[in-house]
Design a protein around this ligand. Structure first.
Ligand SMILES: NC(=O)c1ccc[n+]([C@@H]2O[C@H](COP(=O)([O-])OP(=O)(O)OC[C@H]3O[C@@H](n4cnc5c(N)ncnc54)[C@H](O)[C@@H]3O)[C@@H](O)[C@H]2O)c1
Length: 444
């Protein structure tokens, strides 16, 4: 099938490449000339495991192409996927300008039946807005062409996006059109080999399903972080509590890790957008608001511990920071907890030596050159001349470091662990002062 992907970011590029992999002829359109040039010259703009090989293989097979030519994009696909960003606007609502710009483009150039598939995460009612914009663009030219707008939220996880797309848990399709449902069933049939993954529903329920999923996952994290803070006050160990509750199959082990707050391109903005869109229809989503407030507070936890350890001396301290990306296996730093920690250290007068296996370029892009940030090429190099180590992202390579080398390189053996990757008893044996989340401090 001929498919068009509007937006070649984390979602659009992965989705486009995976749809090409199963034999479709996919054209990815993006307004970012730099990104398209890079893709057309053999580069990949993001780090995502397995993506480079997938993109190259399908490009070489002639099934995957990249362009900034919007008209060509609209003419190409019978199915037009919208996978552009929906960042928060000033009040936290989802900013729909990119989604509606694509809708306008589709209306301007389409000359036969199109299925417009909203993959971006958008508030309930957006499909109606997309349809209105397409109709308006057609009307401006005095034309009437048939189309359907479908909601098809994406559930892939950065860091495991290719696998998630190729082997989805479920594919949610929201449409009231039988014609659109039939075509999308064909598009997704290759990803439903062992059983039918497609869950068909009405458009609004599909739009809400995405916010429900991210809202619930964020709620689990904030709940655990709230409990972690209580555990510290009660002198209990949140990791024991986690195992004690995770073993209950009604609760399960996933998304109950205490830490220094969730970040990324989805949870923070989706939680915020859900409460703002509730507000707009006159409903106060108190639980969701609390989830956001707890997370904002949690992102301050690591710095609070650093500040209380060093006191006023923080002004001339250098902190080694391991992990810039908002989670392992990605280079994405959108709303990453590392940013809150670094910015607080800088505001207090300290400086940072940071290392991340993939996100250094992204950090350079965000912060540019500054005297109080050194981006290091290795975890060890980040420790040189530093006064303490902060672990913000639980990359595999940080899980079992050479603690003797850490002690030798740091001016003072102190670790602040925002992901509870180390064992307090081991830290005590090694003579390392150790602060983690929801567990008592170890003072060497
Ligand atoms: N990143 C994730 O893990 C994830 C997962 C599920 C859903 N989502 C949702 O998917 C959407 C896209 O997220 P992302 O992380 O891929 O964003 P992104 O910022 O990585 O990519 C968006 C791309 O859209 C392009 N774009 C903007 N306006 C355009 C236009 N008019 N025409 C063509 N291209 C245009 C941008 O240049 C950019 O390359 C968001 O709504 C997000 O909430 C993201």
């Amino acid at each position: 099938m001929k498919l068009t992907m509007h937006g070649a970011g984390y979602v659009g590029l992965v989705t486009g490449a995976c749809l090409a992999e199963v034999g479709n002829d996919v054209l990815c359109v993006d307004v970012d000339q730099r990104k398209i040039d890079l893709l057309n010259n053999g580069g990949i703009p993001i780090y995502e495991p397995g993506l480079t090989e997938l993109v190259r293989r399908n490009e070489e097979a002639g099934r995957l192409q990249f362009t900034t030519d919007i008209e060509a994009g609209v003419r190409h696909g019978a199915v037009q996927f919208i996978a552009v960003g929906t960042p928060p606007d000033e009040d936290g609502s989802a900013d729909l300008q990119h989604v509606l710009a694509v809708a306008g483009n589709i209306g301007r150039w389409m000359d036969d039946y199109k299925i417009i598939v909203d993959k971006s995460t958008v508030p309930v009612g957006t499909a109606d807005q997309v349809a209105a914009v397409v109709r308006e663009a057609l009307a401006e030219q005095g034309r009437a062409v048939d189309f359907d707008v479908v909601s098809n939220p994406e559930f892939l996880k950065e860091g495991a996006a290719v696998g998630d797309f190729m082997k989805p848990d479920r594919i949610v399709v929201g449409t009231n059109s039988e014609r659109a449902a039939k075509l999308l069933r064909r598009v997704y049939q290759p990803f439903s080999r062992n059983h039918d993954k497609l869950i068909l529903m009405d458009v609004r329920s599909a739009e809400l399903t995405k916010y429900a999923a991210n809202g619930l996952l964020a709620t689990k994290i904030s709940f655990m972080n709230e409990l972690a803070n209580l555990a510290e006050l009660y002198d209990a160990d949140i990791e024991k509590v986690r195992i004690g509750i995770g073993s209950d199959p009604r609760i399960g082990y996933s998304f109950i890790y205490p830490g220094c707050g969730y970040g990324g391109s989805c949870f923070p903005k989706d939680v915020r957008a859900l409460s703002r869109s509730a507000e707009q229809i006159g409903y106060q989503a108190e639980l969701i608001e609390a989830v956001e407030a707890i997370n904002n507070r949690q992102k301050e936890q690591l710095f609070t511990k650093i500040a209380s350890h060093f006191g006023a001396a923080i002004t001339d301290k250098t902190i080694a920071l391991w992990g810039l990306a908002f989670k392992p296996n990605t280079d994405d730093m959108r709303e990453a907890p590392s940013r809150s920690v670094m910015e607080s250290i800088w505001a207090a007068g300290g400086s940072v030596r940071a290392y991340d296996p993939q996100a250094r370029e992204e950090a350079r892009h965000i912060y540019g050159e500054r005297a109080d940030l050194t981006l290091c090429d290795s975890a060890d190099a980040a420790l040189d001349g530093a006064d303490a180590l902060v672990v913000v992202t639980e990359w595999q390579e940080f899980r079992s470091p050479d603690f003797d080398a850490i002690k030798a390189r740091l001016s003072e053996p102190v670790i602040f662990d925002g992901r509870n990757v180390y064992d307090p008893a081991t830290m005590r044996e090694l003579g390392i002062t150790y602060y983690s989340i929801g567990r008592g401090a170890v003072v060497a």
